[in-house]
Design a protein around this ligand. Structure first.
Ligand code: 4AD
Ligand code: MG
Length: 477
């Protein structure tokens, strides 16, 4: 008999019909009630066995984590929590799970513990919900751009360029690190490497997607990016996914509009398409809140927060105005704000960003016109000679979720800037040619996909929104 997914079964509720369902056992109560899940929905199906008919041997194998197929008639359920159930006629066990050894038991496991069993944590309700939402958000990203006539461009993962110039790249080489060939000056000779030059895993697809932008006008790339930054925070991964639109004939203002529309679309999409999973995660957070002191509890539920973002205008203000606000803010008793010492020109720390978003404005904030000295070489310089047309979107609980800018399209200004920053022009010859031949005003940004998922799912740690987090010391799976 053909298998039916639990999501379809619960939707259709074909009372009286015989169905076959396959999935993993969550719990087995009273030798009678199997609660099982096949990943198609947050909801479990109840399958009821007649233990007097079932061999003792089989009953013993129905344990949490085991995988099975049940066939039986759909009936109305008298029990709490479900409207239908399946009266089991046939049951086949695909895979047992020794209860003495299977690490997931029907109790609450900590997220820290679950991180150590990344290969199994997807079988919990929490991670099932997160991965389904992650999928929906991937789909929504492509829908958003497709609806607006953007083309998706695949940019390379192995690259010779460093877009961000932050020196946080993973080297890719076929040379033997223990015994690399040397050139006449005593440096590693990459001419003998597979690519005949030094290559890295990309930190951003931006520079390459700009080439497509200056031909197809509206483009985006959505791919994995890599940063060898040795930071152990709840918002940084060494491998994360980034969505990077690049738009021709668009200035900073237009870019901020696009960024705001984009995240509003995504949060609205989640509310409309992931209701069941969001409800589960919302309750999870409410539970978590109960163990916190009053002042640390969230003032909004998860769905209220998503609705708030999708319905309210973001605050837009310049970096300079932000510094003024921070300067006039009451200093946090524990940690004094750092730029009270450093002043204009210093980069904002995440606690400053969070102050602006969570305390001062209490809504998402777009900061723009940052000092040029703290930003990448490709950002367009403003008339004041001090700032660049950059913008960051800051979110509650997350901090920076988007970073972008208008690009420097003037060849001479760009050349001057890369010389100032000691970037060898020969490494960027092709990028400079974009300015030499048919240059155009254009802008783009990058949205950190995992930070978005953190926000949508209400997860405090970025390691819990990607199936296999890569962080310092963590590449087991
Ligand atoms: O601000 P970033 O470094 O900007 C760029 O890479 C630009 N080239 C984007 C562009 O204009 N096309 O990174 C963009 C976003 C950040 O706002 C953040 O959300 C995310 O990527 N991000 C990270 N997410 C997880 N782990 C990390 N280590 C991240 N670094 C950046
Ligand atoms: Mg940034």
């Amino acid at each position: 008999q053909k298998r039916i997914k639990i999501s379809d079964l619960l939707k259709e509720a074909p009372i009286g019909k015989e169905v076959t369902v396959m999935g993993w056992v969550r719990t087995f109560r009273n030798n009678q009630f199997i609660s099982m899940n096949d990943g198609s929905t947050i909801n479990n199906l109840q399958a009821v066995v007649d233990f007097q008919q079932m061999p003792e041997e089989t009953l013993r194998k129905i344990t949490t984590g085991s995988c099975l197929s049940v066939t039986g008639v759909v009936v109305e359920s008298l029990g709490k929590g479900q409207s239908i159930e399946v009266k089991v006629k046939d049951l086949e066990i695909f895979g047992e799970a020794d209860p003495e050894k299977f690490p997931l038991q029907p109790k609450k496991h900590s997220l820290e513990f679950l991180r150590e069993i990344a290969h199994l944590r997807v079988r919990t309700s929490t991670f099932g919900a997160i991965y389904r939402i992650r999928h929906s958000m991937i789909y929504a990203v492509h829908s958003f751009f497709h609806e607006r006539g953007f083309y998706n461009i695949h940019t390379p993962i192995i690259t010779g360029s460093d877009a961000e110039g932050a020196g946080e790249m993973f080297r890719v080489t076929t040379l033997d690190p223990a015994n690399p060939p040397m050139d006449e000056n005593g440096f590693v000779d990459f001419r003998e490497d597979f690519f005949e030059k030094e290559t890295n895993l990309t930190v951003s697809g931006q520079l390459e997607v700009e080439t497509a932008c200056l031909a197809l006008s509206d483009v985006y790339t959505f791919g994995p990016t890599f940063r060898a930054e040795n930071s152990n925070t709840s918002r940084h991964l060494a491998e994360f996914w980034m969505i990077e639109p690049e738009v021709a004939f668009c200035d900073l203002e237009g870019l901020m509009d696009l960024a705001e529309d984009f995240v509003k679309y995504l949060t609205r999409y989640a509310l409309e398409h992931c209701a069941g999973d969001l409800e589960f995660l919302e309750n999870r957070l409410l539970e978590e809140d109960k163990s916190k002191p009053q002042q640390e509890r969230s003032t909004m539920t998860l769905t209220e927060r998503l609705r708030f973002v999708s319905e309210n205008e973001f605050e837009r203000l310049s970096y300079t105005d932000a510094i003024e606000i921070l300067r006039n803010s009451k200093p946090n008793k524990k940690k004094k704000f750092q730029y009270l010492i450093e002043g204009w020109g210093s980069d904002l720390q995440s606690e400053h960003e969070r102050y602006l978003v969570e305390k001062h404005f209490q809504k998402p904030v777009i900061l723009f016109n940052y000092p040029k000295n703290i930003k990448a070489f490709y950002m367009r310089q403003n008339e004041d000679g001090k700032t660049v047309a950059a913008m960051d979107v800051l979110f509650p609980g997350i901090g920076e979720i988007i970073g972008g800018s208008q690009r420097e399209e003037r060849l001479d200004v760009l050349q001057e800037r890369i010389a100032e920053m000691n970037i060898p022009e020969k490494d960027l010859w092709w990028y400079l040619e974009l300015r030499k031949f048919g240059t155009a005003p254009h802008s783009g940004f990058g949205l950190g996909f995992e930070r978005l998922i953190q926000f949508v799912c209400g997860m405090g740690n970025i390691r819990d929104v990607i199936p296999f987090p890569r962080t310092p010391g963590n590449a087991e799976f």
